[in-house]
Write a protein that binds this ligand. Structure first.
Ligand SMILES: [Zn+2]
Length: 429
């Protein structure tokens, strides 16, 4: 399942292999985000050519569209999107809380177009449209009209409205596992309550209590209903379930959560509720006191992180798995990641200090730029086209701009992860 092969002598970084029903993945790794079963602007073949080991898909989005009946008909997401590698699905909890109240506010802000994205318009305050349990319990039924526009949360689960058509839905810890089984996920996540930032301690405690209750229920369901092991026909056996540590930025709550979840029989543990607006320093502090509480023999996943420097700092603290919209979203806005001072013959990138630049291809200085964006980059863009051509494609709003830029940035992230693994093996990170 998870085999730790090498512990760096320089930091808490580690190299290992995670086995899933659809193959093995070397850790630490990065998961490109295929929210609705496609990494925006890329075909599944592009992902294969880039050498992506795993993709992340969103339970919330796939449940609403195309819906479970379609996914069942196609035998799961792997067949539907033509991807035979591992898939991790999030539980949908984060999306329920961040998008669940959007329909009544402004539909236009959540209908993504080819270039835009719904997450960008989300201010930090909007991240928490729900009310606390205590508040809910103190409301009279007449208040229901007020609550109709909100995400409703109680011990059973969370009720929310579809961001597509405003229809009502209920997610329970058990139902979310069932949905992920229908998707055919290799790595499933538990339904959790992601505390916003900032968050009062009282709220964080309520969120944590529910997160723990729900984690136990999800695990019970998973053990009872998980497909039989060694079922080679469906390749569905041995799918993994991860718990999610919450607790906002409160040290005692994070430690409590890490201890509680570590004692349960999860296949891996995630650290959630970070990268929601806190400073980098705070994020690293949370990792510093949370990770030592997690079992060494299980993979650790830092959800939604992040920038290259965040990933490296987290790897040094012992994190094995990452996902983030940054490389793909930034690409669609013409912001491209390039290694500095790289040696084209070296397979291992130096990752110290400021090891990369982010350039804006829309800048007029690229208008007549005849060279590739990065002559040392092996991606389809840099191998075949000039930076000047990409500048033109963006200026002319050609869809090809999005594909080429996304290919480049995903390639950058995957190459960075490979360098991270090589650096760990040689004790340089
Ligand atoms: Zn490139």
């Amino acid at each position: 399942m998870f085999k730790l092969s090498k512990q760096s002598k320089k930091s808490s970084a580690r190299f290992g292999i995670l086995t899933t029903p659809h193959g093995e993945i070397e850790t630490p790794f990065f998961m490109p985000i295929a929210t609705k079963g496609s990494v925006k602007a890329l075909a599944t073949e592009d992902l294969k050519n880039l050498g992506a080991d795993i993709v992340l898909a969103n339970t919330y989005h796939l449940y609403l569209q195309p819906g479970l009946e379609v996914l069942k008909k196609f035998g799961g997401l792997h067949k539907f999107m033509g991807w035979n590698g591992p898939i991790l699905t999030d539980s949908g909890g984060y999306q329920v809380f961040s998008l669940g109240n959007k329909f009544n506010q402004s539909r236009s802000t959540v209908i993504p177009d080819l270039i835009g994205n719904p997450e960008k318009s989300k201010s930090k305050k909007e991240l928490d449209p729900r009310v606390s349990l205590a508040e809910l319990n103190s409301r009279s039924p007449e208040d229901d009209s007020v609550l109709n526009s909100l995400v409703k949360i109680n011990h059973n689960g969370v009720e929310f409205r579809s961001f597509l058509d405003g229809s009502k839905h209920l997610f329970t810890p058990e139902k979310v596992q069932k949905i992920q089984d229908i998707i055919g996920s290799d790595i499933k996540m538990v339904l959790d309550v992601c505390s916003p930032h900032p968050c009062s301690k009282k709220q964080a405690e309520v969120d944590l209590m529910l997160t723990h209750e729900w984690a136990q229920r999800a695990l019970e369901y998973h053990k009872k209903h998980r497909p039989r092991k060694n079922n080679r026909a469906t390749k569905q056996g041995n799918n993994l379930l991860f718990g999610i540590v919450q607790g906002s930025t409160y040290k005692d709550l994070r430690i409590k959560s890490a201890k509680f979840l570590s004692a349960l029989d999860f296949d891996g543990l995630a650290i959630g509720g970070l990268a929601v607006g806190e400073e980098n320093k705070k994020m690293y502090q949370v990792l510093d006191y949370t990770i030592p509480e997690l079992p060494a023999d299980k993979p650790r996943y830092l959800m939604g992180v992040g920038k290259p420097e965040n990933i490296i700092e987290a790897v040094k603290r012992g994190v094995d798995m990452f996902d983030c919209v940054i490389p793909t979203r930034e690409a669609r806005h013409g912001r491209l990641y390039i290694f500095k001072n790289q040696n084209s013959t070296s397979k291992t990138q130096k990752l110290r200090g400021n090891f990369y630049n982010v350039i804006n291809i829309l800048n007029s200085k690229y208008k007549k730029y005849p060279q590739p964006l990065d002559k040392n980059c092996a991606c389809e863009l840099c191998q075949n086209y000039s930076a000047g051509y990409l500048h033109h494609l963006f200026k002319a709003s050609e869809p090809l701009a999005l594909r080429l830029a996304t290919l480049h940035n995903v390639n950058f992230y995957l190459k960075m992860m490979k360098s991270i693994r090589n650096n760990i093996k040689t004790n340089r990170l």
